[in-house]
Each structure stands twice: as C-alpha cells, then as structure tokens.
Design a binder for this molecule. Structure first.
Ligand code: UDP
Length: 428
C-alpha cells in the first residue's frame, strides 16, 4: 500500500531540499501542464483534497518565539481530532533555537523547509522561504494557514497562501509601533500580514483598535488574548509539579538578587548593545547582591560584544540561550528582568517580575500602562538609574511586581480554534 500523501511529503521534505524540489517539479510536468495551478477558489471553499475528510490546516513558523506561541494552538487543533487535520511546517529560519524549543514544547514537525543559511540577508530569507513554501503548499493543499507574529517566515507564508487563495489566520495581529524601522523588518511584516489575513487574532483591545484604524473590517478581527500566556501557564504548572531547577542558573543566597537579561533586536546592534553591557557592568560593581544571568543570543552582533565587554566580570553569567522550560524557571527565580524581547515583555507581568524594556519604543504598551514594565532604551546611565531604583526603593519595586496579565487569560488558543472551526469546519 502506498503511504498516505502527507507521509510521502514528510519523508521527501526531510531528506533535503533537492529531493523535494525535484519531486515537485516532476509532479508539475505530469499534472495538467498547461493549466494554471491551482484553480482560483473562494476563501473557505473546499479544495480538491477535502472530500469528506476534516479540513486540513497548515501551521507555518520559523523561529523560537513563533514555536512557543503556536504550540498551544497546535495542541488545541490536535485535541479536536476529527475536526481538523493539522500539518506542522517549519522553515527553520532560525535553526538552533527553534529545534531546542520544539523538543521542550513536545511538537512534532511534518515539513521542514530548512531555509537557514549562515549570515543570509533578508532578501535571501524571503526568496528561499517563498520557493520552498510554494512546494509545500502544493503538497499539503491546506484549507487554511495559520501564521504568528511578525517574522519574515510569517509574512512569506501569508503571501504564499494568498497566491493560492487560501485563507490566512494571523495569530497576534495588530501590534504596532508605527515606526517602520523599529522593529525592523517586523513592523512592516506585521502590517502586510494584516492586509492579507482572513482572520486577525488580536491579543488585546488595543491591537484591535490599531487594525480597525487601518481599515481592517471588524468581522475579520477577534480579540482572543495572546497564546504566549496559554503556553506560559502550561509550563509553569509543569515546572511546579516537577520542582525543576534550571541548569546554568546559579543557586542564590537569600540576600542575592537575580537580574535576568535578554537582548537580540537588530535595532540595538552596535552602540545600543554596548550601552546595555556597560550598564550591567556598573550595576554589578555598585551592588554586590546582584547576580546577572544573560541569555546570550548566538548572533555575533550580540555574542561578540557581550563577551568582550562583560565576559570576565564576577557575578555576570553569560550563558547560551536556555530552553523554554529553563528560561521560564529562570524568570520565576528572578528579581527583575531586562529585555528587548516581545514575548518576555508579555510573560513577565504574569510572574510578577518588573520588566525594563531595552528599546526606544514598544508595540506592547499594555504592561507599561499598568506600571509593570518601563521602556528605558539602551543608554547606559538611564538603565543604571532605573535598575538601582528598583534595587533600593522597596515601594517602587512592590508596585511593579504585583502580578497581572494584560496580554491574556490562558484561553486564547481555544478561542482561535473555535473561530477556525467556523471558517473551515464541516459543521461537526
Ligand atoms: N526564551 C527562551 N530562552 C531564552 C530566552 C527567551 O525560551 O534563553 C523564550 C521566552 O520565554 C519567550 C520567547 O523565548 O517566550 C521570546 O523569544 P525572543 O525574545 O527570541 O523573540 P521575540 O519575543 O522578541 O519575538
């Protein structure tokens, strides 16, 4: 018996790009060589593969944060066995960190497009993603495609779906800085996906307002919360149940205070990143109770200056990126967090950890408005001032550390899949 269609695809894509491209090229020459592929079809109408079987949904992502935020959606899709067939497709835009996240998140991948190359430009990421996605879409024939956030993978997958008239569902839609170069290129990726998406899943009412202001019809927007909170709560339960201690995180005396740091944004490369490192140096010199743990991104623009400027300081631990479970455990143990990460800004308030945002602007103002996060930029003196305030002023610390969850209640994935059922379901 022949393997099912998806099994064949899984194998060929896993064996590497050349095999899969040849295979698709061969298919093209055998099947209807003169007619355009596929015939245009309306959003939500059945594809030739649908028949009586449940609709096929492709979930496409390429980086660690997308994996973290789509994992609960994939779990929810798979839990509704019989309602959907789910194809999990990764581009591996970021390879190492993504692979690390996949195993901790217990995700199985059906298609790996392997587009990652050393030091590739944005042009190269986009062209590689588009050509591999075309082959994948032809193989899978999804009836809906789910993308998340603002990466080049998310934009490429949305565009690839649009070209074959398959509806796109955008998870975490509507975040904006209105500065097209910060974050770069993510701000524009996000705006372009909004134009394409059939369903925009806004995490907060503010994100919905942004979309409405841009002319996205209200029936294409649903405020559902951010799926990052679903996943965080899932992981916190696991950590508590196993009394897990993260490897690489030093054990602390009761007097010591852990400052957890992440920084990887393109806009901060160069002087911004140096400002962050010099601020950390000043803080450990002034405050002997401080222990810094810095999860250092493998990008040479981060890795090299971090090691050059603060690599040899006592009480500064430069560590490799932690797997998601270890990172959540480290956040739980921290006194405060310095970060330019989007996801960490969303997670920290739930854990009651004051967050200083190492950027000029944030597309996640909700935690700032509630006084749980503060945008401090990358100037050395400013970072030092704000950290010292939180170390020395217990009232200021108490105000920023009372837990709250402005980005979601942990049920976003359920709402997303409910809505998807209405879009492509067969009335089960
Ligand atoms: N994270 C992780 N290990 C680390 C640092 C961060 O697993 O060493 C997680 C973090 O909990 C959050 C996500 O990665 O869920 C954020 O990813 P990143 O900062 O790379 O991207 P962004 O959120 O800025 O798009």
């Amino acid at each position: 018996m022949n393997p099912p269609r998806s099994e064949t695809a899984r194998n060929s894509f896993r064996q590497g790009e050349r095999v899969s491209e040849e295979r698709v090229a061969k298919q093209d020459s055998q099947e209807e060589p003169c007619s355009p592929w596929p015939p245009p079809r309306a959003a939500g109408s059945p594809s030739k593969s649908s028949g009586i079987s449940p609709p096929k949904v492709a979930v496409v992502f390429g980086t660690r944060p997308e994996a973290i935020k789509l994992a609960p959606v994939i779990r929810e899709l798979k839990a509704r066995n019989g309602c959907f067939r789910t194809a999990v497709c990764i581009t591996s835009q970021h390879n190492e960190l993504l692979q690390q996240a996949l195993s901790i998140l217990e995700l199985t991948v059906d298609y790996d497009l392997q587009i990652m190359r050393e030091n590739q430009s944005l042009y190269q990421v986009m062209t590689a993603a588009m050509s591999k996605l075309e082959a994948m879409m032809r193989e899978v024939e999804p009836e809906a495609v789910i993308v998340q956030g603002d990466t080049s993978t998310a934009f490429a997958a949305a565009l690839a779906s649009y070209y074959i008239k398959v509806p796109v569902c955008h998870v975490e839609a509507g975040l904006r800085t209105y500065d097209k170069y910060a974050p770069f290129p993510e701000e524009i990726n996000r705006r372009l996906i909004a134009c394409i998406a059939e369903l925009n899943f806004a995490p907060t009412p503010k994100a919905r307002e942004n979309l409405l202001r841009e002319g996205i019809p209200s029936d294409k927007i649903a405020v559902v919360g951010n799926t990052v909170i679903d996943n965080l709560l899932w992981m916190v339960e696991k950590i508590k149940a196993s009394e897990f201690n993260a490897p690489g995180i030093p054990s602390l005396s009761p007097q010591e205070k852990l400052i957890l740091v992440t920084s990887h944004r393109r806009e901060n490369f160069g002087p911004g990143f140096e400002g962050i490192c010099l601020a950390l140096r000043d803080i450990v010199q002034k405050h002997p109770e401080v222990v810094v743990v810095f999860s250092v991104h493998p990008n040479p623009n981060v890795y090299l200056p971090a090691h050059r400027l603060i690599g040899n300081l006592p009480r500064v631990h430069l560590i490799k990126p932690l797997d998601y479970r270890s990172f959540v455990a480290a956040m739980m143990k921290s006194y405060l967090i310095l970060t330019d990460s989007g996801g960490v800004q969303e997670e920290a308030p739930v854990l009651g950890k004051p967050t200083l945002v190492l950027r000029q602007v944030t597309e996640r103002p909700e935690a700032v408005e509630l006084g749980r996060a503060k945008v401090v930029g990358t100037q050395q003196q400013e970072i030092v001032r704000e950290v010292v305030r939180l170390l020395e002023d217990s009232d200021a610390y108490r105000e920023m550390s009372s837990p709250c969850s402005p980005f979601g209640d942990g049920k976003a994935s359920k709402r997303i899949v409910d809505r998807l059922e209405k879009l492509v379901g067969r009335g089960r």
